[in-house]
Design a protein around this ligand. Structure first.
Ligand SMILES: *Cc1c(COP(=O)(O)O)cnc(C)c1O
Length: 493
């Protein structure tokens, strides 16, 4: 199976090259030339998470050594996850919540980033890459920590994370700034997430810069969801939750279900789309945005228009105006029309918008939630079902309410729950009536644990006394310089 670029199908890579490079040299993203199918879904019924992960990932990484793949998966999905199911499905009222936040850093990014280091190591073996890998990552809060945690002290790899100084929650920031490991570097930038993401993409497409690094035996890669190695592991839990419902008799064989996915960079929901294309019986995919509602508008009008101000919300991991992975979705939807994608992406860069006509997005619905709606969703679900949602999950819950009101659709629905409420303690506390005024983050979290009758993860409690290990800061224009400084390379271009 080849991986081809969304902007020029002639540019292709093996799975290994695609994972190492992260992005195609023409600026496009790698996609599988065709999406594989799983025909007999029922045959997967009794698999645990790891076995299922192998079945799904093996379809995409066909010539990945089979034992190595099994091994990678076994090492990734182990006791780092606090629940043996890895991705438990929790019922509250009429809805099921697919909890993806039981990994080391308490957000769904762990689902893919716990396995990515192993995939990357195998990719290095497979391709014979000899340079030291430098992973550049832009983060809206969760990817950064998950990447740092999972790549810390991995030999032959350095990791540099850029985050928006004012665009992450306090806990997210502390998680990153206290990261240990000699190969980890964290940089706050004076800008927003889109600045960080476009900065990273720019660096990865700057041929002179790449050459400068290659002469010093460094090779750039990415841990963002532009990397296909992020996307493929995320397909697994859509199958997993479906099979779980089937096993428990909550749905019948072949019965379709809905997923509601809180969306920023369109990675998680794209993985759901891949699952659907692979044959998983999905009715609607509901794309939930916060007040940065570019995607809602796009789904409703066919025009993507980023010319608006980025709003800082209580769901910072979705404060994004340029959703990278939409590019992959449009590529598939247009039947692989690389010219169309290239033009659209150029137009987005130059004019801040693009329009696509005649693409059938029937399977997708888009809604967004305001801060008040997020608050009332957190409150309502807690009061009625004693279930605590984080603000990102609440965006999805609130979007679902709108969907339901509009369509009266009674299809069984899974809300994708992407973060632990403890990562966003203040918003969650305020929503359920805890007064947080003049209280520090940790006493807020403690109170929240009491109220919700939940154990606070140790790794969160420990943040309180951990020492700050990273102090780098730069302007968004100076990200290249920062990379050179970190790698101790003089710039005499
Ligand atoms: C990253 C993230 C999202 C958005 O996921 P995308 O794949 O970027 O759409 C939603 N919720 C949380 C908690 C996240 O960390």
């Amino acid at each position: 199976m080849k991986y081809i670029s969304t902007r020029n199908k002639e540019n292709f890579a093996s799975w290994g090259q695609a994972i190492i490079n992260g992005i195609s040299k023409d600026g496009g993203l790698f996609v599988p030339e065709s999406i594989p199918k799983i025909s007999n879904i029922k045959s997967l019924l009794n698999m645990d998470y790891r076995e299922l992960a192998y079945e799904v990932m093996n379809k995409f990484f066909v010539d990945f050594d089979k034992d190595s793949l099994r091994n990678s998966i076994d090492k990734a999905y182990d006791e780092k996850f606090s629940k043996k199911e890895i991705a438990p499905l929790v019922e509250a009222g009429d809805l099921h919540y697919l909890e993806l936040f039981h990994g080391a850093t308490f957000a769904f990014k762990d689902m893919a980033l716990s396995v990515l280091p192993y995939l990357l190591k195998e990719a290095i073996k497979y391709t014979g890459e000899e340079k030291e890998i430098v992973i550049l990552t832009a983060t809206s809060g969760d990817t950064g920590k998950a990447a740092l945690e999972n790549f810390a002290d991995v030999e032959g790899i350095k990791i540099i994370v850029f985050f928006p100084e004012d665009g992450v929650s306090n806990i997210q920031k502390r998680q990153m700034l206290t990261q240990e490991g000699d190969n980890t570097f964290v940089v706050s930038i004076n800008g927003d997430f889109d600045d960080a993401q476009s900065g990273v993409k720019k660096i990865m497409n700057d041929n002179r810069f790449i050459e400068l690094l290659e002469n010093r035996d460094y090779k750039l890669s990415s841990a963002n969801s532009i990397n296909i190695g992020r996307l493929v592991p995320q397909i697994v839990y859509y199958f997993y939750s479906y099979l779980n419902l089937l096993k428990e008799g909550k749905i019948k064989e072949d019965e379709k279900i809905n997923f509601v996915v809180p969306t920023g960079n369109f990675g998680n929901i794209l993985a759901a789309f891949y699952a659907k294309e692979m044959g998983l019986p999905i009715n609607k995919l509901i794309c939930a945005s916060n007040e940065n509602n570019v995607l809602t508008d796009f789904i409703n009008t066919g025009t993507y228009d980023k010319r608006r101000k980025l709003i800082l919300t209580s769901s910072p991991s979705m404060d994004i105006l340029v959703s990278s992975n939409l590019e992959r979705f449009l590529f598939h939807l247009s039947g692989g029309d690389d010219k169309l994608i290239k033009n659209a992406m150029e137009s987005l860069e130059k004019e801040g918008k693009y329009e696509v006509e005649g693409l059938d997005q029937e399977d997708f619905k888009g809604y967004f939630s305001t801060e008040e709606e997020i608050t009332s969703s957190i409150n309502e679900v807690f009061m009625e079902h004693n279930y605590l949602m984080d603000p990102h999950t609440a965006v999805a819950h609130s979007a679902y309410k709108k969907y339901k009101l509009e369509t009266k659709d009674n299809t069984k629905t899974v809300i994708v729950s992407t973060a632990s409420p403890f990562k966003f303690g203040t918003k969650v506390s305020n929503s359920i009536g805890i007064d947080t005024k003049d209280k520090d983050d940790f006493s807020i979290i403690e109170k929240l644990g009491e109220m919700g009758n939940l154990d606070i993860p140790n790794a969160i409690l420990e943040l309180k006394d951990k020492k700050i290990a990273h102090k780098n800061n730069c302007n968004k224009e100076d990200m290249e310089k920062m990379v050179l400084r970190i790698l101790e390379i003089g710039d005499n271009r």
